[in-house]
Write a protein that binds this ligand. Structure first.
Ligand SMILES: Nc1ncnc2c1ncn2[C@@H]1O[C@H](COP(=O)(O)OP(=O)(O)OP(=O)(O)O)[C@@H](O)[C@H]1O
Ligand SMILES: [Mg+2]
Length: 235
């Protein structure tokens, strides 16, 4: 059984008299441990797909099974629970709380899931160590570089040990050298067994994934599983 099973997934928006077909019937299976790049032109449905997979949004129709659990049709509260347990998100704009140190930012998902304070601290420290920020845990976002901020966001995404890491253009706001740093981190996470779905416009970034899915007009246009096209040159 695949970790993610999407069947005829659709997302439509009524805009006045017009209907926008953001997703127009997507069928996908993603296995545990895969590293997948989602590509396609602006407006092709990439973020919509990520938001549905991440249980931030619900489809208009279609089926979604995540880790053996049927997701479509669940109430918001149940979706939030699944999201907290199964999904880690990384966004282009980091989405960290300002004037809040790295440790506290990473602890937050554990606050929402009701983890005791001592355990929270231990796991947040461990996640920050994992992304190479063990020496920056008391720094606030404004006291960190762009790459370090994104690593805090990755630590926050990982702190609940989710079954899948979703990243929507995680290197979109970073320079080339810093992007390579984040991609090297994703490589390490993938090798440690994490499942990663990454949206990108850039072929150079997509080349790190083992599988590249192109969307166009809300549909899967191509699904290339020929493997990664770059060597392990970064680090
Ligand atoms: N809340 C909404 N209401 C109406 N239309 C929407 C809404 N969200 C997205 N859309 C439309 O759905 C389509 C897909 O949007 P989506 O954000 O998934 O594109 P994308 O592939 O992520 O694009 P980009 O590369 O620019 O981020 C677009 O045509 C967009 O205008
Ligand atoms: Mg988008």
């Amino acid at each position: 059984m695949a970790l993610i099973e999407l069947r005829e997934l659709r997302k439509e928006y009524e805009m006045g008299s017009e209907t926008v077909y953001a997703l127009a019937g997507v069928d996908l299976d993603i296995e545990r441990g895969e590293y997948v790049a989602i590509m396609g032109p602006s407006g092709s449905g990439k973020s919509t797909l990520m938001n549905l997979v991440g249980c931030l949004d619900t489809p208009t129709s279609g089926g979604y099974v995540l880790n053996g659990q049927t997701v479509q049709g669940l109430e918001d509260e149940e979706l939030a629970r699944i999201r907290n347990r199964e999904i880690g998100f990384v966004f282009q704009t980091f989405n960290l709380l300002p004037r809040t140190d790295a440790l506290r930012n990473v602890e937050l998902p554990l606050v929402y899931s009701g983890t005791p304070a001592k355990e929270r601290r231990r796991r947040a420290l461990e996640a920050l160590e994992r992304v190479g920020l063990g020496d920056r845990v008391r720094h606030q976002p404004s006291e960190l570089s762009g790459g370090q901020r994104q690593r805090v966001a990755v630590a926050r995404a990982l702190v609940n040990s989710p079954s899948i890491l979703l990243a929507d253009e995680p290197t979109g706001n970073l320079d080339t050298a810093t992007s390579l740093e984040i991609l090297a981190l994703f490589d390490a996470l993938h090798e440690a067994g994490n499942t990663i779905l990454l949206v990108t416009h850039e072929d150079e970034v997509a080349a790190y994934a083992q599988r590249r899915i192109h969307l166009r007009d809300g549909r899967v246009e191509s699904d290339d599983t020929s493997g990664r096209t770059v060597g392990r040159a970064v680090g």
